[in-house]
Write a protein that binds this ligand. Sequence first.
Ligand SMILES: Nc1ncnc2c1ncn2[C@@H]1O[C@H](COP(=O)(O)OP(=O)(O)OP(=O)(O)O)[C@@H](O)[C@H]1O
Ligand SMILES: [Mg+2]
Length: 475
Amino acid sequence: MNNLNLMRKTDEVNGAKTLTNLCYDIINGEVNLNIYNSSARDKLWSNNTLEANIDAGQEILSFAIFPVRFNHENIGLLLFKSDRSNFFSEMEFPFYQDVAEALGIAFKHQIANFNLRERVKELTCLYNIATLTASQELSLDEILDSIVKILPSGWLYPEAAQARIVFEEKIYSTPEFRPGFDKLVSSLIVNNIQLGTIEVIYTEKKPEIDEGPFLKEERNLINTIAKEIGIIIERRLASIEKEKLKEQLRHADRLATIGQLAAGIAHELNEPLGSILGFAQLSQKNDKIPAQVSKDLNKVIDASLHAREIIKNLLVFARQTPAKMVPIEINEVVKECLDLLSGRMFKEGIKIEVALSEDIPQILADPSQINQVMVNLIVNSMQAMPVGGDLRIETSADSDVVYITVTDSGIGMDEQIIKQIFVPFFTTKDVNEGTGLGLAVVHGIVSSHGGQIKVNSKLGEGSKFEIQLPIKSVE
Ligand SMILES: Nc1ncnc2c1ncn2[C@@H]1O[C@H](COP(=O)(O)OP(=O)(O)OP(=O)(O)O)[C@@H](O)[C@H]1O
Ligand SMILES: [Mg+2]
């Protein structure tokens, strides 16, 4: 007796079907047991495999199959075999079916347990990452380095998992990370731009699941982590930017205070200095003074004139000298400076490259002050190239701003120096070479024109100063 009339037609045509194939077909749902069995509980059996044309293996004459189901899906089956024909009796089937049902429930538990463990792993991984990112003390480098170490723990085979984060030019990875294995990749998007990737690999071959050897939940996990990292980076970049702005404000504030102080002192000194100079010049007019005294008076006059120059510069820095604003062509001012200095630069082995844009509108500015800015910048560059080098002067403009840049291939500056260059009397030069007022004056002039000055320099690699002056409507 058997119920094998439910076999597919093609199988009959092709001769004997193997029991193994039949089992696979049942599991894959290609044999619909329900069509043939009116009872809700499925079974498939044969008490005579020869008659049923089933190749069940050597000496197997009877078999009975009971699908193990879960969520209306066959997840396995219970197969009984016997070398005797007519071994199975339909009376026993309910018992076997109960066993199959119990197995289905057990598997269901097993799968639920497995899923739960995986979710706990993933959530723990996410939680650890969230804890890390909440920490304010860690740098971005430290955070990414720690995240990459946490990542493998969230995957199905943590012992075989390795991770890597690539962000801009930096790479953070676990020690055994190697390219060329099965991997899950997600993009790191920062401010809508892809700036890197995050990858997890298995260093051993693992069975195929949803996406290669990876679970579909792991795809969600890696995407969530990539998003989380993107947000951390965005936040960090924003706070660095904020810090920079604050520092600039503090710097501007310090310079303004120094400016007020300098202006106060300059005014105080101006009067006595005027007297010293005046009386020295008056005394010198006296014919009766000895030659040596006249020589000494000359020194007093020279020193006083030098001091007056310094005071003038201090007042410019402190913006106490009002600018006389007229419409000017920036390129013309630049050319005048170059005419003045190019001879000296040529002698000192400095090669000058000039790139002046044709489309620069007139701007309102004080030509003699802008001239002073250029001279101070160019002289600094010359002094930074004692054995010659390259000097590049460039002008350009956009709709609101005119840019003048002076770039040299000189000695450059370190961070510490850059921080102080606009402070009056800050100098790294010998007493006779510099007073440290050049850039303070440049700063004062540029600020009083409503502009900005930017510095880019590296020790040993040269410096670039960029002046930005606003274009206001010139009537
Ligand atoms: N192009 C440059 N390359 C390297 N260092 C520079 C450059 N420009 C300025 N510096 C540094 O900044 C300092 C301050 O410059 P600043 O022009 O204010 O004063 P100074 O040149 O020393 O003296 P002064 O300009 O009053 O004669 C310099 O002493 C130098 O260390
Ligand atoms: Mg100078």
